[in-house]
Ligand binder design. Structure first.
Ligand code: PMP
Length: 289
């Protein structure tokens, strides 16, 4: 692991943050999880745009702007040196007095961690993963907008914990209206009646970079795909369901709430899109050296 902090590259044991950073005290900040494929940082500018929009929503300034965040990512990834890696970029509100008021935090802090990849084991990816519907709902946008990838990830943590304790791999979260939002840390797609559908951001989905890539690839491959509100019925009745996220890529789902999805194994639409995704990644990446 290599860490960019205050313009320096540090090892894991050396990087330290003050305990009065409001990122720690209140989960006040934003982050990105970014994938490096074959020596290229995947859709870096899209991640930086999402980070910047989330920061704006929190009235949080990116220290040094997008340019410094971009430079931090490229420096951390180059120092890590691995062609395949996972990057965690974060901006915290910075140090301030105890007390939630962010107006006393004058210096937001930028951190970038480049680490080895940790994804589902290959046998899981081959068989498909098991999903379970969470008892936790995705918060509505007037509570905590799920489109902001904030450091306050407790809703996601609790959903993941619940799923793991139930023996499943991932949680499916509904919004307060009972419509499908997304998984704990991934977007969800359903293939039914020859159409691919994924819930809109307004239903509580993060506007995922992998999700956007899949929608674009579907267009190029002539696969009908759109954003549409979904209920659990659409998933139970689907021929295929898969999840998308920067870390794991495109992950087939074999069951939801112990009901087999389609034939209970990864399907042809997943396979086609995953191959297209693997083919497309080099051209969509930024070289780091
Ligand atoms: N939703 C949530 C809640 C996530 O944490 C992630 C992972 N960043 C995603 C969706 C997938 O987004 P992306 O494809 O940009 O990684």
């Amino acid at each position: 692991m290599k860490i960019w902090l205050d313009g320096e590259i540090l090892d894991e044991g050396e990087a330290r943050l003050p305990v009065t950073d409001h990122g720690l005290l209140y989960g006040d900040g934003v982050f990105e999880g970014i994938r490096v494929f074959a020596g290229r940082v995947f859709r870096l500018d899209d991640h930086l745009a999402r980070l910047s929009h989330g920061a704006k929503a929190l009235a949080l300034e990116l220290p040094g702007g997008v340019a410094r965040a971009r430079a931090a990512v490229l420096a951390a990834v180059a120092a890590h040196g691995q062609p395949d890696a996972y990057v965690r970029l974060l901006v915290t509100r910075g140090v301030g007095p105890l007390g939630v008021d962010p107006s006393h935090c004058v210096a937001p802090r930028l951190v970038c961690i480049a680490d080895d990849l940790r994804i589902f084991p290959p046998e899981k990816l081959q068989a498909g993963i098991d999903l379970v519907t969470s008892s936790w709902r995705r918060p509505p946008s007037d509570v905590l907008d799920p489109r902001v990838k904030s450091l306050n990830y407790l809703n996601n943590v609790l959903a993941k914990l619940e799923a793991r304790r139930a023996g499943a791999d991932e949680a499916l979260l509904l919004n307060a209206a009972g419509r499908v939002a997304e998984a704990a840390v991934a977007n969800v797609f359903a293939w039914r009646d020859d159409v691919l559908a994924t819930p809109p951001g307004a239903d509580g989905a993060l506007e995922g970079i992998t999700r956007r890539t899949v929608l674009e690839l579907a267009g190029q491959l002539g696969i009908a795909a759109h954003e549409r509100p979904l209920t659990r019925f659409d998933l139970y009745a689907a021929d295929e369901v898969f999840l998308t996220g920067s870390g794991a890529g495109i992950v087939p789902v074999r069951s939801l709430d112990r009901r087999a999805i389609g034939a209970g194994r990864p399907g042809p639409v997943w396979s086609k899109l995953r191959n297209a995704y693997l083919d497309a990644t080099p051209a969509l990446g930024v070289a780091f050296r």
